[in-house]
Design a protein around this ligand. Structure first.
Ligand SMILES: Nc1ncnc2c1ncn2[C@@H]1O[C@H](COP(=O)(O)OP(=O)(O)OP(=O)(O)O)[C@@H](O)[C@H]1O
Ligand SMILES: [Mg+2]
Length: 332
């Protein structure tokens, strides 16, 4: 049997229109679906359309076209009932009541979902303790630091116990310790409470740590939608960093660039640093021969591990190159 997807977005587009100016096409024909219990990362440079997508799914704004359903329910047709299935922390955690205390906010937002305070008292306490907000429990939101407000917003969203959770930049303003704790909590939520989580972040460590899958956006379009493990394999070039003693040996640069495309050779105070991508397994022998033949003295060699940040930068770079060549093509 086919399980109902937690989230389904079909051909969604959104243009922000302003008087006397051409509109900004923030989301351009985006389609994706998220399985129940999946943890998906939304990535993309500033302005890529992440927040707009999340706001449209939550019904906070209307897309110009496209269909959105959450757990099989069309968002527009079932609004606002469909909100019972999703909670969100948006950028800047502005959706809390600043004159209520942390605890009152929790009761209020959980109450919206019919989550009873009596039955869930322990769960609320547990969340407060996980985010180390015990001392601020009875303090008004407006008196908290930015990071504490963010923690409170996260607690309020999780306290609603919705099956689908959206987190837009959840680690913004959190200290290192809390950011690591949040990752643990999110992993647990997916594993033990069977929640579906869609999270946007510019912190690749967070995404790499908690997401099985990432959707990378650029200029409102999806440019990659893939499993993190698969992307890592795809982009795992053999990349090496080699430190040489002395100055750049004569003929080395010519030799390297005649065979390899990704070469960076730079002299510094302590010697020379060479970073190079080796496409083939045997290239390491060729490289060693070139170094020996030009009299290079190797100080040390290290292998640069692939991580999501490098994958992301490479994907976005390729997309920009494509875009530029497309534009150039059009102008001919
Ligand atoms: N209220 C608005 N009015 C007009 N344009 C907007 C509005 N909100 C966003 N935009 C534009 O839509 C595009 C997408 O913005 P969005 O906030 O969705 O990006 P984002 O991926 O969340 O970026 P960031 O990483 O900076 O949070 C941008 O070009 C932005 O300038
Ligand atoms: Mg955003």
């Amino acid at each position: 049997m086919h399980e109902t997807p937690a989230l389904q977005v079909k051909a969604m587009s959104k243009t922000y229109r302003e008087r006397r100016r051409p509109g900004v096409r923030a989301v351009d024909n985006v389609s994706f679906s998220v399985k129940q219990n999946e943890v998906v990362g939304l990535l993309g440079p500033n302005g890529a359309g992440k927040t707009t997508i999340i706001k449209c799914i939550l019904g906070l704004m209307q897309p110009d076209s496209g269909e959105i359903s959450v757990l099989g329910q069309d968002v527009q047709a079932n609004y606002p009932r469909v909100l019972r299935n999703m909670s969100a922390v948006l950028e800047g955690s502005r959706n809390l009541y600043w004159r209520l205390t942390v605890w009152e906010n929790i009761l209020f937002f959980a109450g919206l979902n019919g989550v009873s305070p009596r039955e869930n008292h322990d769960y609320f306490q547990y969340l407060i303790q996980r985010f180390s907000l015990e001392d601020q429990k009875d303090v008004q939101l407006r008196k908290l630091s930015q990071g504490m407000k963010q923690k409170a917003a996260l607690i309020c969203a999780l306290a609603r116990r919705t099956p689908v959770v959206f987190l837009d930049e959840p680690t913004l303003g959190l200290d290192v310790e809390t950011s690591i704790e949040l990752r643990r909590i999110l992993k647990q939520l997916a594993q033990q409470e069977n929640r579906t989580i869609v999270v946007s972040s510019h912190d690749m460590d967070v995404i790499q740590d908690i997401c099985q899958r990432v959707i990378i956006l650029s200029s409102g379009r999806i440019i990659v939608d893939d499993q993190v493990s698969h992307l890592m394999k795809l982009f795992d070039t053999r990349s090496y960093r080699i430190a040489l003693d002395g100055s750049i040996p004569e003929g080395l640069e010519e030799a390297l660039t005649s065979h390899f495309t990704s070469v960076n050779l730079a002299a510094n105070e302590t010697g020379v640093e060479l970073t190079i991508d080796l496409p083939e397994r045997d290239d390491i022998y060729l490289l060693m021969d070139m170094l020996r033949n030009t009299g290079a003295v190797i100080d040390h060699i290290s292998h640069a591990d692939i991580d999501l940040e490098r994958v992301f930068l490479e994907v976005v770079r390729r997309e920009r190159d494509n875009d530029e060549s497309r534009q150039f093509g059009h102008s001919l």
